[in-house]
Design a protein around this ligand. Structure first.
Ligand code: FAD
Length: 549
């Protein structure tokens, strides 16, 4: 072989130009590594999904005539230390006497630094050397996935500056000509967010569709994870079987798509079944349906982030479904513009926007802590054992499926952590580990920026802080909760209420001048003194008892 091409676990993009030609002088390397399983504690479904996706991708590449070296944890046991990836590259090149390495631009700062420093070290050490050494050079190519290159993003985003997603999103709509008519937004408005805030009523809950889930058997992968003693969180479902043998030796199945074909199936299911109601119930939450975890969400984030789907492909499919639903009289459920715009905004807007902020602000983004938050994450984030029904459901569902939808992440767990003053590092680690789609480039700006406001407003114009009444408005969690959402003080008062006002009070010096917060401060100041004292006392008691709520 002349060239070694490295494929990372989140680079399962079969449309990449690398694969256009079959070149016998190229060896593709794709490897399960402790470096990637151990940088945080991951959900077992997350590791299984990445490993299964990598295996499928390697098999598909081999079947189409490419030369692939797919290594499992069993093959890479000696590569346990931090710099394992580059050591593996080095050893593979030595073994096959390969002089040239190529890799696709990584999305995570951690991996990008590792590979670019390696490439740099090769170019320095090869100066003036004539003798063959393996490898001699290492080059980076585009990953060909996003709707903006890193260079384009760097022209738009500068470190430490504040940006509005809406401004960026409109530029993207124009750039990609999505839902545009003669240079203007289709329907005369850029954003239909105001139409997208419904709560699920009883009849809506009964109508919730069963999600499309897959039954991908991953028993061997789970056994590898166990054999190599990888620390994991969450659960994975055993394939049911009643024989003694089946109970003793469980087989495991994964509900997530692990290849492009399944990802496309999920995309089509979303467009046909969920998109007609996507925006309408985008922010809603319930605990009264077996489909409460999926609702009308696409659950495409893993397929997108592992690059099994291209964002433009997803956007085009949604627009096509929207147009078709109006052209074909047989389609009963029409998709309104508000639904499709709401969905496209997430991918064309938010997804690209957070990536821009990430690269403009790394590595500082990993260290910002605007509110100097210093408490530890309570243990119920790992076992869902809390009397707060909203946290219980959001965490339990995350442990069961490695998934929670945006409002659960932002307004339930995220809001709680911000109000309780949890250290952003711990909050980040939890989100980065538990979710199927969690990769730092998208997790960090969402967690530190959007949910914790730890960047002081690079991403959001004000903290996404809310009292229990928000949860009560958007969900039915409060109905069956131990705590009372109507009360702010007293032993049974919803903790989120007093923690909210305590947060407002505590950070007055930095938040009061924010025009978007002025109304809240007026409400706080209008409360009578004894109520305010009572609320702050309740908050102080709760903060001391945080692990036991
Ligand atoms: P849908 O609701 O169906 O949305 C469609 C797609 O839009 C998603 O698949 C995703 O690709 C994109 N999208 C939606 N919102 C965002 C957003 N805020 N930022 C970037 N892309 C978005 N998303 C991740 O992909 N990985 C993460 O690690 C991650 N961590 C998050 C942490 C916190 C604290 C918060 C508040 C949000 C996080 N998000 C993350 C964003 C969002 O919650 C998920 O993308 C979404 O819930 C995935 O589910 P879905 O595919 O059903 O999304």
């Amino acid at each position: 072989y002349r060239t070694l091409r490295l494929i990372l676990g989140d680079q399962l993009n079969a449309s990449h130009s690398w694969y256009k030609e079959k070149d016998k002088s190229v060896l593709y390397l794709i490897a399960e590594l402790r470096q990637e399983t151990d940088y945080v504690v991951h959900h077992i479904q997350k590791i299984s999904a990445f490993f299964a996706g990598m295996q499928q991708f390697a098999q598909a590449l081999s079947a189409s005539g490419h030369h692939v070296l797919h290594l499992t944890l069993d093959d890479t046991t000696s590569y346990t230390q931090q710099g394992a990836l580059t050591e593996l590259i080095q050893d593979t090149c030595q073994h096959y006497q390969i002089s040239h390495v190529e890799y696709q631009q990584p999305d995570e700062y951690r991996v990008e630094q590792q590979l670019s420093q390696y490439a740099e070290s090769l170019s320095v050490s090869s100066e003036g050397v004539n003798k063959a050494r393996y490898p001699m050079c290492c080059d980076c190519v585009e990953s060909e996935h996003f709707l903006n290159t890193r260079k384009e993003l760097s022209q738009y985003f500068s470190p430490g500056k504040r940006y509005k997603m809406e401004v960026f999103y409109r530029k993207m709509r124009q750039k990609w000509n999505v839902l545009m008519v003669d240079g203007n937004p289709e329907g005369g408005k850029w954003n239909f967010d105001a139409d997208n805030r419904n709560k699920l009523k009883k009849a809506d809950i009964a109508d919730l569709p069963a999600p499309l889930v897959f039954s991908n058997e991953v028993t061997k992968i789970v056994q590898r994870i166990e054999k190599h003693k990888i620390n994991v969180i969450g659960t994975i479902e055993p394939i049911s079987g009643k024989t003694k043998e089946a109970l003793e030796k469980p087989n495991y199945q994964l509900p997530w798509p692990i290849n492009r074909q399944q990802s496309l199936q999920l995309l089509h299911f979303f467009c046909n079944v969920c998109l007609p109601n996507f925006g309408r119930f985008q922010d809603a939450m319930t605990c009264e349906s077996p489909h409460q975890w999926s609702l009308y969400h696409s659950r495409l984030s893993f397929s997108l982030n592992a690059k099994m789907l291209h964002p433009k492909q997803v956007i085009d499919a949604a627009v096509e479904a929207y147009r078709q639903s109006h052209q074909e009289p047989d389609i009963e459920q029409k998709i309104t513009l508000a639904q499709v715009e709401g969905f496209i905004r997430q991918i064309l807007g938010w997804r690209e926007f957070v990536r821009g902020l990430y690269w403009a602000n790394m590595p500082q983004y990993e260290h910002v802590n605007y509110f100097s938050a210093s408490r530890s994450l309570p243990s119920y984030f790992w076992d869902a054992n809390t009397k707060m029904n909203c946290i219980h459901h959001a965490v339990q569902q995350s442990l069961d499926y490695a998934y929670a939808h945006h409002i659960q992440r932002l307004m339930i767990t995220g809001n709680f952590c911000m109000l309780a003053g949890i250290r952003p590092e711990e909050v980040d680690e939890w989100y980065l580990g538990i979710y199927i789609d969690a990769l730092q480039w998208v997790e960090l700006p969402n967690t530190r920026g959007m949910s914790q406001f730890a960047d002081g407003g690079w991403l959001a114009t004000k903290p996404y802080a809310a009292s229990g009444s928000y949860t009560n408005k958007m969900s039915d969690y409060c109905k069956s909760c131990f705590y009372s959402v109507k009360e702010k003080t007293g032993e049974k008062a919803c903790p989120i209420n007093s923690l909210y006002w305590n947060f407002i009070h505590q950070h007055e010096s930095v938040l009061k001048t924010n025009p978007r917060m002025s109304m809240i401060y007026r409400v706080w100041e209008k409360m009578n003194e004894s109520d305010r004292v009572g609320i702050l006392e309740r908050a102080s008691t709760l903060l001391q008892a945080l692990p036991k709520l």
